[in-house]
Design a protein around this ligand. Structure first.
Ligand code: ADP
Ligand code: MG
Ligand code: MG
Length: 907
């Protein structure tokens, strides 16, 4: 016979914490606490299996359940020396829901089950506290009517005005007519009257009397908790959190203990350590003379449990520590017992009945990223956990929080949000407003903090974006230009804030009826997408030296390399600081976007818009020293580490001037008239530039452009090598689809390499030559591509675009719908698609290494900093991932997790 009911009490406890799946988290942990000798009101848990059987059969219980329930209930009665429904010594119980994984507020709980016209007088007599009894009864009526009589029956409340809401209104109106502030001010008679009003309303609205039989109440409550698994809210929560429908919920039936018996009774919730900061201080809230959810319901403001955690705002109220010292001491010692036992920070619920403490729940507590790291390191030092456990305690994405200054959560909670947009770039920023890129650059010279506000951004805004501390746009999605650039830099950014009306020519904008001018100050929270007026305080989260030790510890377990996508010396230094072991992607074109790049950009434009071979060659020669200098600086910054330099990639029209002034200037330099420049710009326009004249195609159409870039790399390398440095350049060719493209380019590379070596009197110039794999065809032809390539780097942005046939620039139009309608489970531009794109990667790895066993393979798309994608790369056997500097710690930790996971599954 299957066992459906597991008892827990001071004498005999059948469950334990390892039975999470069968008993649900709440039931399993209550059993575990009972086993530890912690005071837990006795009870029993009905299994998730029983829930599944009940729901599948349409509401009947499996064979054997009834008998087991009866037996467990008698055991509970014996334990409590009370009897369920007994007029003299009545037992009251709670019926509590609890799945494997916590689903906060999604399922139901009913308290005070067993109060009826027969048991009420008995309980009054026994406790001598009629106020408490009627307080409990009115709570039972409200919860039971809501959970059992309405929701579980599938009754849809008209206009959302459900029975709970109606009863709450009755309560509020009652307090108002009597001029009472708090529930605590209600007298025995008030509560008795309210109970009458409640039962009347229940009968009229739901067409059924409130059940006056304890057995009917218990049956109703258990069934309703099971049914709440399939409630609307619970179902949609599961879909979002990807919790399987078949898990089911357990029901815990537990003897009631009462926090509402008067001022020596109380209820509260606590965390064994501070969940926001990780600090090892007991942290919680409590309310005297209260029951159940009162602490979280917000009707009364709870007080801190101890004096150590009081704040400015609540320093006047009395802590539990000061009010009931002995109960508090016991709670504190349970805190220690639980932490030692679980080796985790726990979230606990407790109730005090006439100064006697009872534990009602414990579970692993949720925490911020900062807190995760602090707790992991401290518990390691305390000897509670080992290194691997400590590393696994911090989720890679949680590090995000630590890597950027953030808006002080305290100040933010008090500030009024002006408007919202999409959280496109992490962290917080405040600054003076600028409405054009130029203004941002100018303003930044005198004011260190600037917020650039644009309708949307394009590559011409790059300088302003760099100069700004934060970026705000009125249009655009999570993959818009502003969002991509900002994330890459780790810069605070909010896009698509549709309530903003910008008037760039007047240097002002409007949000609602407020006007903001250039120079006014706003604060952005890029992690939440919120905009605030004025300056909010920022806090820096990286100061902690624990962060450094934590990362070092994780690195010891990591086997895969982590490099950075960095385009300047400055980025390279940031990346190195964050632990990059090389550069996986140096985008040559970025040297034309950066601050002070006007001269170079001007020459590049001359190359692009020149008409004759002679004109072009001259301009190319003119550009070379700039390119060389930039490459040299980066190689030097990363001395001794590999730097992958990608040949010019983007379509040429991205560089042509749009503003009239710039076009005039260029016309003059080239000695042609403005209309001619305009015409040449137009001829460069392509209808599908992403698949147009870009990447290696440019290098083949204009071999001198290739030659110039390669020469710059080799000269920079030669000069550094002669000065005792150890540059390790890797020349990478983008957008290839056939080995013949590599044959063509490599010839130039080899020739220039020999020439430069000779010129500098060197025997050879150490370098590597390789290709990006970002077109499905080159993945499929990897065995041939590897004949010429010493390394592959997967450009997964383009590879995703071309594998799906989704334009990166236009996907914002339909991807959100795809995600919402569950046609795709994740955005493939954010998390590498393991099934399609991933399959191509696996094919390319396998075929490439067949040709060249020591082929070095990495990834340099945006995915390199996404933990799930990093895990995929590890499994696919890649040598390294490369990502933007600010995501390096995330990638390092994700790679350490992947290695640990692999070694654990091997065991
Ligand atoms: P949730 O999962 O929503 O937290 P719970 O089952 O924990 O729901 O119950 C809600 C509240 O009721 C909790 O604050 C808990 O302390 C209180 N509670 C539950 N069972 C009892 C009981 N047997 N005695 C006293 N209070 C209880
Ligand atoms: Mg709870
Ligand atoms: Mg690409």
């Amino acid at each position: 016979m299957e066992k459906y009911v597991y008892s827990f009490n001071g004498e005999k406890t059948e469950g334990n914490a390892s039975l999470m799946n069968l008993l649900g988290g709440k039931g399993a942990n209550l059993a575990e606490m009972a086993r530890l000798g912690i005071p837990v009101p006795p009870g029993f848990t009905i299994t998730t299996e029983c829930c599944n059987a009940f729901l599948q059969s349409g509401g009947s219980y499996p064979k054997g359940y009834e008998d087991q329930l009866e037996e467990a209930l008698s055991r509970l009665e014996a334990n409590m020396e009370l009897a369920f429904g007994d007029p003299e010594n009545p037992l009251l119980v709670s019926c509590r829901s609890g799945g494997r994984q916590s689903m906060p507020g999604m399922m139901e709980t009913v308290l005070n089950v067993g109060l009826t016209s027969e048991t009420i007088p008995g309980l009054i007599k026994k406790t001598g506290n009629p106020r408490f009894v009627y307080d409990s009864y009115r709570r039972l009526i409200m919860m039971y009517a809501d959970v059992v009589m309405e929701k579980a029956e599938g009754i849809e409340a008209v206009n959302g005005n459900g029975i709970r809401n109606q009863l709450e209104k009755i309560l509020a109106a009652f307090k108002e007519t009597r001029n009472l502030q708090n529930d605590a001010d209600l007298t025995e008679d008030d509560l008795k009257t309210l109970c009458g009003l409640f039962t009347e309303r229940v009968a009229t609205v739901l067409g059924e009397e409130f059940p006056d039989s304890p057995v009917a109440q218990l049956e109703g409550a258990i069934g309703a908790v099971f049914k709440s698994w399939n409630g609307k809210r619970a179902r949609s929560y599961r879909r979002i959190e990807q919790i399987p429908d078949k898990w089911g919920t357990g029901v815990t039936v537990q003897a009631m203990v009462f926090g509402n018996m008067g001022n020596t009774s109380a209820t509260g919730v606590a965390f064994t350590r501070n969940p926001a900061t990780g600090e090892n201080t007991f942290f919680g809230e409590w309310l005297a003379n209260a029951q159940g959810e009162d602490v979280v319901a917000g009707l009364r403001t709870p007080a801190p449990i101890n004096d150590a955690t009081k704040r400015e705002t609540n320093k006047g109220v009395k802590s539990l520590e000061a009010t009931m010292p002995s109960a508090y001491q016991e709670l504190e010692s349970i805190r220690t017992t639980l932490e030692r036992h679980y080796r985790e920070m726990l979230d606990i619920e407790f109730t005090i009945e006439n100064e006697r403490l009872y534990m009602l729940q414990c579970r692993v507590g949720k925490r911020t990223g900062t807190a995760s790291l602090v707790m992991a390191m401290e518990m390691l030092e305390e000897g509670l956990i080992d290194e691997i456990t400590a590393i696994k305690r911090v989720k890679p994405h949680q590090l995000n929080e630590l890597l950027h200054p953030i808006v002080d959560p305290d100040e933010e909670s008090r500030a009024q949000c002006l408007t919202e947009g999409l959280p496109a770039g992490p962290g917080g920023a405040f600054g003076h407003l600028a409405f054009t890129s130029d203004d941002a650059v100018k303003l930044a010279k005198t004011h260190p903090n600037v917020i650039l506000v644009r309708e949307e951004t394009n590559p011409e805004d790059i300088e302003g974006m760099r100069a700004a501390s934060g970026i705000l746009t009125a249009r655009g999605g999570m993959t818009s230009h502003a969002a991509l650039v900002a994330r890459g830099w780790g810069k605070c950014c909010i896009v698509g804030a549709g309530d903003i009306a910008i008037h760039p020519s007047m240097k002002k904008m409007q949000i609602g009826d407020k006007t903001f001018n250039q120079g006014d100050i706003l604060t952005l929270n890029g992690t939440r997408g919120r905009v605030y007026e004025g300056k909010l305080k920022m806090v820096d989260a990286t100061e902690d030296s624990r962060f450094q030790s934590f990362m070092k510890m994780a690195d010891a377990y990591r086997t895969m390399g982590v490099r950075a996508n960095a385009d300047t010396r400055e980025d390279a230094l940031v990346a190195k600081n964050y632990g990059a072991e090389g550069i996986g992607l140096f985008r040559t074109e970025h040297m034309f976007y950066s601050a002070g790049a006007d001269d170079r950009l001007f020459i590049l434009r001359k190359i692009i818009l020149s008409d004759t071979e002679g004109e072009r060659k001259a301009a190319v020669r003119e550009l070379e020293p700039f390119v060389k200098e930039e490459i040299k600086e980066t190689l030097k910054a990363m001395d001794g580490m590999p730097v992958t330099i990608r040949a010019l990639d983007p379509p040429l029209h991205e560089f042509v001037p749009h503003s009239r002034a710039k076009q005039v200037e260029l016309a003059e330099a080239l000695g042609v008239d403005l209309n001619e420049i305009k015409r040449r710009c137009e001829t460069l326009q392509e209808s599908n530039p992403m698949m147009g004249h870009r990447g290696v195609r440019l290098g083949i159409s204009f071999p001198d452009l290739t030659e110039m870039q390669v020469k710059a790399v080799f000269e920079a390398t030669a000069e550094l090598a002669k000065n005792g440095h150890h540059p390790q350049p890797e020349i990478m060719i983008p957008v290839t689809c056939d080995v013949e493209e590599l044959v063509f380019v490599r010839k130039i590379v080899n020739r220039v390499c020999e020439e430069v070596a000779r010129q500098y009197g060197l025997a050879a110039i150490v370098h590597k030559f390789g290709t990006m794999i970002e077109i499905p065809r080159s993945a499929l032809r990897a065995h041939q591509m590897a004949e010429l390539s010493e390394f592959f780097s997967f450009g997964t942005n383009d590879l995703t675009q071309l594998t799906y046939g989704f334009s990166r620039d236009d996907a914002g139009e339909f991807l959100p719908t795809y995600l919402e309608k569950k046609i795709l489970s994740a955005d493939p531009f954010q998390t590498l698609d393991p099934l399609g794109v991933g399959e191509l990667i696996k094919i390319a790895v396998e075929r490439g290494r067949e040709t060249r066993p020591d082929l070095k393979i990495g990834i340099c798309g945006e995915h390199g900093g996404d933990p799930a994608s990093v895990r995929f790369c590890f499994k696919a056997g890649l040598d390294y991932v490369s990502c933007s500097p600010y995501r390096i710690p995330i990638a390092r930790l994700a790679a350490a997790h992947a290695a640990i996971e692999a070694s654990e599954t091997k065991k």
